[in-house]
Every structure is written in C-alpha cells, then in structure tokens.
Design a protein around this ligand. Structure first.
Ligand SMILES: Cc1cc2nc3c(=O)[nH]c(=O)nc-3n(C[C@H](O)[C@H](O)[C@H](O)COP(=O)(O)OP(=O)(O)OC[C@H]3O[C@@H](n4cnc5c(N)ncnc54)[C@H](O)[C@@H]3O)c2cc1C
Ligand SMILES: Cc1cc2nc3c(=O)[nH]c(=O)nc-3n(C[C@H](O)[C@H](O)[C@H](O)COP(=O)(O)O)c2cc1C
Length: 773
C-alpha cells in the first residue's frame, strides 16, 4: 500500500510508525514543509492514561518518550496570594521538539520516508497513492483544498493567548492568576525538561486591548508579561519562539474523508490547550486510523469509513470537554470573588471528568479542605451545618423560613395518574417514598391551576376542594414521617395542553375530548396541534386569578413552598420566548415586555403566599434554537424574578419548540445554573442528567448551584439520598421502621468504599510514574 502523509506532526508521524511496524511492505512517505529540527512552541503534556495507551501500541516510542519526559503529580493553583496544591494527577511533559525528534527517529528506523522542506499545495503528485493523509495541522491545506466537501466549522474563541517558554523550574502543572490594572492574566505552565517550562498565557480581549498588547510585537509582549508575572517568574525571563498572540480556533469538520483522502489531528478537530489534549487527540487519531486498517486490510474506503464512524464520538467528547474547559477560563470574572479553595475546586472540576469523589481518592486532603470550606461558608452565611466534614449535598439549606435537611431534590415529574385532577394513591406513594428515601425537598408534578390549564387528562390540579384535600393527605404523610419539605409546582399548559398521556404520545394532540387552548399568540405547537386562541387582557386577568387561588389553596393544604412554572414552553414560558410570543402589545416584543405578564402573575402569587415561605420559578434558560432565548437572556430573566421576590431559580432548558437542537450530556444544564447563580447572584437549582451523589457534591462544592434536583434517577431509585448518605458514612436518623435497613447499608457501603478505593488505586495506569519506579 502506498501512503502519502502531508504534515510531519505527531498525528502523521505516529500513524506512519504504527502502520509501517505492522506492515513493513507498505510504502509510506511524509511530506513536511519545515526542517527536521524546526518546531514552534515549547512543550506538550500527556496524562498517565494517554501514556498507557502508547505503551500498548508502540513500546519502543513509548519507552523513548518516558526517558525524556518530566513527570509530575500535582496541580498547583496560585490565586490571590495563596497556593493550592492538588495531588494525584499523573501528567508528564516533554518538549515538542524532543517528541518530534524521537518519533522521527523511530519512523526512520522502520523505513518511513521523511521528506523535509516539502511544502504541499495540491495533491496532483499523489495520483498513485492508495491513501493520502492530511495531517497538516490547524491551517490544513488539504482541508482547504476540499473545503466544500469537508465543510469545516471554525469557532474562533474570544480570549487571546500566546505560547512562550521560560527557564523557571516548576514541580507541578501550575496555574498563575494575576490581576493587573488592565484585567486578569492567566498563565498555564508546566516544566517539560530540566530548566525549561511552557508558559501559555491568556487573557480576555478587553484586558488585552487595555494593556496595549494589540500593538505589541513578540518581544515587547514578553517584556510586558515578565512584568505581570515578575513574582511568579522568580527572576527568570520569558522566551519567545514565534510567540504571536492568537485566538484559539475550535475546528470541527462535517466530513473527515474524501475518497482516499482523510484528515487527521488538528486538521480535523482541535482541542483547547487548557485540557492539554491536542497532541493526545492527534496521536489517538493515528491509533484509531491504524485500527481501522487492521480491521479492513488494504480496503482503503472501508477503513476510512469505519475510522470516521467509530472515532467521531470520542473526538466530539474530547472537544466538548475542551469547550467546557475553555469557557471556564473565558468567564473567570464569575469566580473571581471565590476563596482560593472553592476557586481551585471549580478549576479542577471544570470539564466534568474530575469530580468530588475521584479527587477524594487522588487528593484526599484537598477534598477535606473543600468540604470544610463549604461548611464554613454556610456557617458564615448563618446557615445551619451538619458537621464540618459532611459532604456538601448533606449540608442543610435555608430559603426564607424553610430549612431543608439536605440539598437533594425530587424534580417535578408529571405522573399522569390523577383522577379529574385529584392526586391519587399513586401520588401519595410516589412522593411519600421519595421523601422517605431522603430527598430534602420533594416537588409535586406540574399541577394545573384550572381544568383548562391541564396538559393531559391525567394531570393533577389544585382548583377544587377535593384536590386540595387530596394534596393535604400527601403533605400530612410527608411531614409526619420524614424531615422532607414539599413544594407545589403550579403551571398552565398553554398551547401544549389537551395532549395525550406521555405513554400514548408525548405532546401529541388528543383525538377526542380536548378543550380550547390559550397562548400569548395563536401558534400551534406542532403544525397539526390545536391552534390556541391569543389571550386577551381578560384572559390574562382570569388566569392570574387562577394562579393566585391555587397559591392560596397550596397554603391551606400546608405546602412548604411553591414554584411557578415558567419553562418548557407552557403558558408563561411561551410569553417569555420570542419563538412563541409574537404579540404587538405591551406583552410582546422586547424581553422586558415578554416578561411583563409572567412577572405580574408571580407578584400576585407572592403577595398571596405567606412571606416566610419561599417561592421559586422554573425557567428554560435557553430554547436551544436560533432566534430563541439564550443563556444571556436567562440571566436577565432570573434577575427580574429575583427583584420580584423569587428565592430560587430552577434552571431547566428547552422544550419550547419541537425543532430545538439541545446538546444533551452529563449534567448538561448545569452550566446555565452556574451562569445564572454567579452572574445574577441568585440561588439556583441545577437539574438535568445529574445521576450520582458524586456529581451533586461536585456541582455544589464548585458553586454551580445551591440545590440539585434529580428527576428520572429518582424514578428508579427513590432512596438515592439515603444510599448516598450511607456511602459517605453519615450517621443519619431515618424513619424508625427503616433504621435497620440503613444500618446494614452503612456497613455494606463502608466495605464497598474501601474495596473500590483499593481497586482504583491498583488500576491507575502504569505508563507514567509507576512504570518508572
Ligand atoms: C499554545 C498551544 C499550546 C499547546 N499545548 C499543548 C499541550 O500542552 N499538550 C498537547 O498535547 N497539545 C498542545 N497543543 C496542541 C498541539 O500542538 C497540537 O494539537 C498537535 O501538535 C496536533 O498535531 P498534528 O500532527 O495534528 O498537527 P501539527 O503538530 O500542527 O503538525 C502539522 C505539521 O504539518 C506541517 N504542514 C502544514 N502545512 C503543510 C503543507 N502544506 N505542506 C507540508 N507540511 C505542512 C506543519 O509544518 C506541521 O509540522 C498546543 C497548541 C498550542 C497552539
Ligand atoms: C416523565 C417526566 C415528567 C416530567 N414532569 C415535569 C413536570 O411536571 N414539571 C417540570 O417542571 N418538569 C418535569 N419534567 C422534567 C424534570 O423535572 C427534569 O427537569 C428532567 O427530567 C431532567 O432531569 P433528569 O435528567 O434528572 O430526569 C418531567 C420529566 C419527565 C421525564
């Protein structure tokens, strides 16, 4: 097989090594425009996990890498005069030049032809190649040649960064945060060989301009940054090597393969330097392509097809993690007032792969400090605490006069099991069991304020005496037998009403027995859904009165809290979203106008609801649709409800229009909660694909929410809070009927925890430090 590779970076070189080693007869040539010894930049980093992978694919290059790498375990975060060290990370660094040199040497030994100073501008000379690889980096010429086919999408990130070096020795992956009169500068630093460290320095575009760096050349930028980081550099200078200020391009390609041409490494997809994954991604691409040829022999088109199909998900996951990470650095101002421990925890856990529990194994002292710090912060705010070493999810929380025993919440979940709007035994058992299972707060499902407001025939209501009495029965049980509080979620379905039970077809219009719908504008949900009537002022007054009556009933029944549902495309949400509100009166147009009616309803309910009891609002913090609500709107919405007396924003997203494009994933809505909490300075509840106690603690300790709601997870595991309490070894008082069960769970959990921690320690990759011992 004849293979031509454009670009002699890590992607091209590593693929050539793997293929040539496995198939010595293949003819492989690499065309590189630079000289062998040229390189831009300074060092690269790999994690233990990545090294472990390399050890399996090409032991000789892995051994060469290990010999030349600097290894470190700690991340050190220098923030506002304090240094927080977090151990157990297992990373190593080496100079990019060394890495390229040892890969070049290995490739050459295997018989790969390395052709330097060969700039390739078109593929005309490669007509006889069976396979052509575009491994030509971020500004790929190969990608540009077939731009119409690969359809690259480049997202230029706003922050400015520059890649410099220094002789300053470092014994950890180090972040320096430095505030100047112009703004904050961040240095991401690591040593890659004795006496040599990489300094990637970044700042936001406003700070960059204020500091005059837009007009500075390489050397004057270095002198300026030496001043900024004078203390951190300890007398060492910054070294430049084509150290130009850049914006990071997040590159994605819609297609990776054209006939026998394939993109590899940065040419295909980039990952931000803050997760140190660019070189890893490039080399893992090489492995994936090699594997594809292993499966398909010399059938190039089958191999390339399978490479793209099988590799895409992993690449997109890494890019997603990198994106979340870079966004953290772009929004530093949100966390700038945090204390160093909380700030560092947020930094460590920014891209979701590092969590409270896995840090507790790698860096127990740090997690102990995080836990104590969280408790201290609560105590400083006058909140009760359960104990200094109790994980955040089990620290009590207070909203007005209501104290919750912990931070875990049963999210509102429609059960479609009411009878004429009257909650049934199903609701008693469903809510009662979750309260017994330990959640500090249980939400009722969206409960409708009138018959007209129902989503389905099976929805619960709070507009009749019978309904009020039935709810009272549920509340009495919860209060008599559990320490949980109970919140009534009140809503009006608007244009999403008169639909089938979820198991008969979610959001599908009823074929028989429907009722007339109202909405801010006469827009059906689906083209075939009932067209709602545009609400008049009279309708608005009537519906507002219904909300107030329901709030009064909720008080009489004994609810501890109420929530106004302003999300998911229901009536009030469809006032707020521009996609569903096309009114031309005072209730349509700009966001302030669109919020006018929901705020009116909220204020009227707030007045009717006792002042010592809290009220929350559920919002859709984005419509996941161009032209709809964005996360910036969500901050404004939250602020306006807070001004009207809202105590907590329950941060959900979407469900406004059927053709939205949500980006699902673990904890996918938490970034919206984070933004609202830290920009609008209001308490938030995070929800959405949060499935474990570990995630709950991570979210709370990083300051991304005050409460965490679990919906579907609670359906299969009503006692998830109790089980988590046992897992963390908490001596809780449970219902006496369940006491023995909890005791048994406690000792089981103690054993499991020990076994798991031993296993994890033993399973740590051997590629790095361990292998060198
Ligand atoms: C500031 C910064 C810091 C980074 N830090 C890290 C880090 O800490 N860890 C990490 O893993 N990664 C890091 N990276 C990313 C890493 O350098 C790249 O992701 C990685 O090198 C990608 O490998 P590649 O083989 O795809 O491309 P490259 O390494 O870019 O190689 C492409 C090669 O193609 C050659 N070429 C380009 N066009 C042509 C042409 N027309 N003809 C012939 N040859 C051509 C180039 O000269 C180059 O040698 C960082 C990147 C930047 C910008
Ligand atoms: C069957 C079902 C019913 C739901 N009912 C409601 C509801 O009545 N009110 C509401 O605000 N959200 C409702 N939701 C959304 C959940 O409260 C929650 O936000 C969502 O399921 C995401 O959280 P999870 O990933 O933990 O399940 C419902 C979700 C499901 C799956």
């Amino acid at each position: 097989m004849k293979v031509s590779i454009i670009g002699g970076g890590p992607a091209g070189l590593y693929f050539s090594i793997l293929l040539k080693n496995a198939r010595p007869k293949s003819e492989i040539a690499i065309y590189e425009r630079n000289r062998a010894e040229d390189t831009f930049g300074f060092g690269v980093v790999f994690s233990d996990e990545t090294l472990d992978i390399f050890s399996r694919y090409d032991p000789p290059s892995h051994a060469a890498i290990l010999e030349r790498f600097s290894y470190w375990d700690d991340v050190a975060i220098h923030f506002k005069g304090e240094i927080v060290r977090v151990g157990g990370n297992g990373f190593c660094g080496c100079s990019r030049q060394t890495l390229l040199a040892l890969l070049q040497k290995r490739a050459r030994e295997l018989g790969v032809k390395l052709l330097f100073e060969r700039e390739i501008n078109d593929l005309g000379d490669f007509g006889d190649s069976d396979l052509i690889i575009g491994a030509d980096g971020i500004n790929s010429r190969v990608r540009a040649l077939y731009e119409g086919h690969f359809k690259p999408v480049v997202d230029w990130r706003p922050n400015k960064f520059v890649w410099m070096g220094s002789t300053r020795p470092l014994d950890a992956f180090t972040f320096f945060f430095r505030e100047t009169e112009h703004g904050v500068f961040i240095a991401h630093c690591y040593q890659y060989e004795p006496g040599r460290s990489t300094w990637v320095i970044e700042t936001d575009p406003q700070t960059w301009e204020r500091a005059g760096l837009d007009a500075a050349d390489e050397l004057s930028s270095a002198r300026f940054l030496e001043n900024v980081f004078a203390k951190e550099l300890e007398g060492h200078s910054l070294i430049v090597n084509r150290s130009l200020w850049r914006n990071f391009p997040m590159i994605r390609n819609t297609r990776w393969v054209k006939d026998n041409v394939v993109l590899l490494g940065d040419a295909k997809a980039t990952a931000h330097y803050s997760i140190g994954a660019g070189t890893k991604l490039a080399m893992e691409d090489a492995i994936a392509l090699f594997e594809a040829f292993g499966r398909h022999g010399e059938n190039v088109s089958a191999a390339l097809f399978s490479f793209e199909r099988d590799r895409r998900e992993d690449v997109e996951k890494t890019q997603h993690a990198a994106n979340v990470s870079l966004v953290w650095f772009e929004h530093l101002s949100r966390f700038w007032n945090y204390d160093p421990i909380k700030f560092s925890f947020g930094l460590m856990t920014r891209s979701k792969s590092i969590t409270y529990d896995n840090l507790a194994i790698r860096a127990p002292e740090f997690v102990r400090d995080v836990t104590r710090n969280f408790a201290r912060e609560q105590a400083d705010k006058g909140l009760p605490i359960l104990g200094a070493d109790v994980p955040p999810m089990f620290q009590p929380y207070r909203l007005r006069g209501m104290t919750l025993v912990n931070r875990v919440v049963l999210s509102p979940m429609c059960m479609y099991s009411a009878d004429e709007g009257i909650p049934t035994d199903w609701h008693l058992v469903h809510l009662g069991t979750r309260a017994l299972g330990g959640a500090g707060l249980v939400f009722t499902e969206m409960t409708d304020i009138s018959a007209e407001a129902r989503i389905t025939h099976g929805c619960a209501g709070l507009y009749s005496d019978d309904q009020e009495q039935a709810w009272k029965r549920v509340i009495t049980f919860v209060h008599a037998h559990t320490p949980a509080k109970i919140c009534m979620q009140l809503g009006h379905a608007g244009r999403k009403g008169a639909t089938k039970l979820i198991w008969d077809g979610m959001d599908q219009p009823l074929e028989n027995g429907d009722w007339p719908l109202v909405a801010p504008s006469a827009l059906p949900y689906y083209p075939y859904s009932q067209v709602p009537r545009e609400m008049t002022r009279n309708d608005m007054d009537r519906v507002k009165d219904d909300f107030v009556s329901a709030a009064l009933r909720a008080e009489r029944a004994g609810f501890d809290m109420i929530e106004l549902h302003c999300g998911h495309g229901y009536l009030l949400a469809s006032f707020i979203s521009p996609l569903t509100n096309q009114r031309t009166d005072d209730y349509g147009g700009c966001l302030e106008n669109r919020l006018r009616y929901p705020l009116e309803v909220f204020r009227a309910m707030r007045e009717a609801w006792p002042p010592e009891k809290p009220m929350s609002v559920r919002i859709s913090a984005t419509d996941w649709k161009a032209g709809g609500l964005s996360d910036a709107d969500a901050v404004v919405i939250a602020r306006m409800f807070a001004e009207a007396g809202c105590d907590l924003i329950d941060v959900s997203t979407g469900q406004t229009v059927p053709d939205a494009e949500p980006l699902y994933g673990r904890m996918f809505q938490t970034p919206f909660s984070d933004k609202i909490r830290n920009e609008a300075a209001i308490a938030t509840m995070a929800v959405g694909s949060i499935t474990s106690a570990d995630q709950i603690n991570t979210i709370l300790a990083a300051g991304r929410a005050d409460l965490v709601a679990i919906g579907r997870g609670h359906l299969v595991d009503p006692a998830l809070t109790l089980r988590a309490a046992a897992w963390y070894g908490l001596e809780l008082d449970t219902a006496p009927q369940y006491e023995l069960g909890y005791r048994a769970q406690l000792s089981l959990a103690r054993r499991e925890r020990q076994e798991m921690s031993d296993l994890r320690r033993r399973a740590r990759p051997v590629g790095g430090k361990a292998a060198r011992r």
